[in-house]
Design a protein around this ligand. Structure first.
Ligand SMILES: Nc1ncnc2c1ncn2[C@@H]1O[C@H](COP(=O)(O)OP(=O)(O)O)[C@@H](O)[C@H]1O
Ligand SMILES: [Mg+2]
Length: 236
């Protein structure tokens, strides 16, 4: 589904992502792990088109997408959540998600279709879809769920989740895990998951890629990673 090869991003003299390579098979969940500042979000930004790569390639089903604009990448079937949600605060939850459904899909949709897709996505993450449901008053968990609903409403084949459980309560972490499992099980969605909560990552991901200072320190299944790496990054 996705093949990242030699991906590099320099900001001035600083190399945030350096020769990163990994691939994600269709229907798989790959956990992208690593300490703060190791280049996880920048990798997402390169895949989703927020940044153009300084070098390397990003292929979706064999087609090069590195350097395309975010809207164009979204229309090809990649949706991402942001680590820090920034919804439209004055709009309802439904309107926030409907905008994603309206502009993010690869086909022209009517206003009604966009609202229907938005209600569907909000239902999946268990947020209310009524016109009275506002962004103000949503806690950290609600904002993360809204972020996920906005991504889902674009109808992605590949979902990039950037720390979807950061700062939220254990019971909601479970709920979000259930949603991701359902997406993979029922919709055969492919997921790239950036996550610091390692029990959560281990519950969902089949393979891991560990970043350290912008480089791949190791990758593989749990059973293929060394004890030292597991102790350092992946212990429950
Ligand atoms: N737009 C940017 N300009 C300059 N430096 C950046 C930019 N984005 C990220 N960085 C730097 O790149 C490094 C990796 O950041 P990031 O990808 O956000 O890490 P992670 O998500 O793994 O915590 C950090 O040192 C960060 O300060
Ligand atoms: Mg990050």
């Amino acid at each position: 589904m996705l093949e990242v090869s030699g991906l590099t991003k320099r900001f001035g003299g600083f190399t945030a992502v350096s020769g990163v390579s990994f691939s994600v098979a269709e229907g798989e969940i790959l956990g992208l792990i690593g300490p703060n500042g190791s280049g996880k979000s920048t990798t997402f930004n390169l895949i989703a088109g927020l940044h153009a790569p300084s070098a390397g390639s990003v292929r979706l089903k064999g087609e090069e997408i590195g350097g395309l604009l975010p809207a164009s990448i979204c229309h090809r079937g990649i949706a991402r959540t942001f680590q820090i949600p920034r919804p439209f605060r004055k709009l309802s939850l439904l309107e926030n998600v409907a905008i994603a459904a309206f502009y993010g899909q690869d086909r022209k949709v009517s206003r009604e279709q966009a609202y229907a897709a938005a209600a569907d996505a909000l239902g999946l993450v268990q947020l209310p879809a009524g016109p009275e449901a506002r962004v103000d008053g949503l806690g950290a968990a609600g904002l993360k769920k809204l972020e996920l609903a906005r991504a889902l409403a674009t109808g992605p084949k590949l979902l990039l989740l950037d720390e979807p459980t950061e700062g939220i309560q254990p019971n909601v972490v479970q709920q979000i895990g259930d949603v991701v499992e359902k997406l993979r099980g029922e919709r055969n969605m492919t997921v790239l998951l950036v996550e610091q909560k390692l029990p959560f990552a281990r519950r969902l991901a089949q393979h891991f890629c560990i970043l350290e200072r912008g480089r791949v320190a190791a990758s593989g299944k749990m059973s293929e990673l060394t004890n030292e790496l597991v102790d350092r990054y992946l212990k429950v």
